[in-house]
Design a protein around this ligand. Sequence first.
Ligand code: HEC
Length: 132
Amino acid sequence: MPVNKMAPCSPCVKAMKTTALLLVTSVTMLTPGLSGAMGDATSGSLGKTERAELVRLVRQDCGSCHGMKLTGGLGTPLTREALAGKPVESMAATIIHGRPGTAMPPWKTLLTEAQAQWIAEQLIAGFPEETP
Ligand code: HEC
């Protein structure tokens, strides 16, 4: 009487697939920040692609509250004029941790501290336009 002992039970296969999927997901989550090219030695620690992605993120995601021109909306203006004299470290901390009690959300799951620092520096200097 032939019994196929090798046939995997279907719940086991399902469990294996779920584990594999979880592994892939957690590896992706561990990859720091956005998937930009790292280490462009000529211009700071962030690569060119990564900087372009951050510019787009700020213009689109932050722009939804701070205004498409960052001149303010639900959020405060993030123009060079509005941020004059504010310390870059506290800007970066606001971006990473958000402002409890306000609509400003924390970005630490999406941005690394280096990326937040870079964004803060660019905002204080006058944020660059998106390069198409
Ligand atoms: C859901 C709306 C919302 C989004 C999205 C948002 N912000 Fe804000 N943000 C606010 C609000 C509201 C404040 C003002 C908080 C307060 O009253 O202190 C603020 C404050 C700030 C400040 C402090 C400004 C200052 O003058 O001290 C910075 C810097 C800032 N946001 C950067 C960002 C960046 C960068 C992003 C995107 C990565 C972003 N925000 C996305 C609502 C938002």
